[in-house]
Write a protein that binds this ligand. Structure first.
Ligand code: ADP
Ligand code: ADP
Length: 226
């Protein structure tokens, strides 16, 4: 069964069609990467899955449950975690508070345990009491990942998560994040315009062009049949 299923979706901004009849699916634990030039609709597609944009037709299901289409589930009920290019951490909260932000409903002790565990996972065990501005870009993005993972989402959406980082760091961090996601069987969909990154990270690569999904297949298949 598919964890994420996107079925023939269309998305318009007024009269402009940003996504055209796009279909693809991810199984549990798979990592998908959306590749394509600027303006081809990658972010829009991610935002329709997150529920920040409505769709004109088609449907989206997460863990077999329809979240967009004839039925609409609001973003906060879609069990999705998000990581953005600009980290989007809360500047006035510490690292620990940032990570705990989405799990305030849990008991205090459980929150603390989960935050500690995630700090270990993203290899920032000693940075918990610092503020975002005291961290490097790569460290901030690790915190953003930990924050996104804290509520244990079914699906992680990442929009150009490494764009603000230098080349060496993007490679290290993409390898690390892949390992973390695989270790936890987390399903993820990542937008990038970096082909090497997509091919290194992904189980499935989607090639978007002008709002149309040209290909959705394994990196091997996409590489050999461009
Ligand atoms: P990408 O992420 O691949 O760079 P986007 O999804 O951001 O592409 O944008 C796809 C197309 O939709 C672009 O032509 C962009 O100008 C247009 N677009 C994006 N957001 C809006 C919006 N809020 N209103 C109108 N057009 C938009
Ligand atoms: P673009 O495709 O050019 O990045 P978007 O309109 O898709 O433009 O998003 C602009 C930025 O707004 C994103 O990069 C993200 O950091 C931020 N953003 C959008 N939605 C949210 C949200 N719900 N929560 C936090 N930040 C958001």
């Amino acid at each position: 069964p598919e964890l994420l299923k996107v079925n023939k979706i269309d998305k318009f901004y007024d009269n402009f069609q940003a996504v055209k009849n796009a279909s693809f699916a991810l199984k549990r634990g798979e990592i998908g990467c959306l590749l394509g030039p600027s303006g081809c609709g990658k972010t829009t597609l991610l935002r329709t899955i997150a529920g920040f944009e409505d769709i004109a037709s088609g449907s989206i299901s997460i863990t077999g449950k329809q979240v967009a289409g004839s039925k609409t589930v609001p973003p906060e009920k879609r069990s999705i975690g998000m990581v953005f290019q600009d980290y989007a951490l809360f500047p006035h909260l510490t690292v620990k508070e940032n990570i705990a932000f989405g799990i305030n409903s849990l008991a205090k002790k459980e929150q603390e345990n989960r935050v500690e565990e995630l700090l270990q996972t993203v290899e920032l065990p000693a940075e918990g009491d610092k503020f975002p501005h005291e961290l490097s870009g790569g460290q901030q993005q690790r915190v953003a990942l930990a924050r996104a993972l804290a509520p244990e989402p079914k699906l992680l959406l990442m929009d150009e998560p490494f764009s603000n980082l230098d080349v060496a760091l993007r490679e290290t961090l993409s390898t690390e994040i892949r390992k973390i996601l695989k270790g936890r069987s987390i399903t993820a969909l990542m937008v990038t315009h970096n082909q090497n990154e997509a091919f290194a990270m992904a189980d499935k690569v989607g090639i978007l062009f002008d709002g149309t999904m040209q290909q959705w297949d394994t990196p091997h298949a996409v590489y050999h049949h461009p």
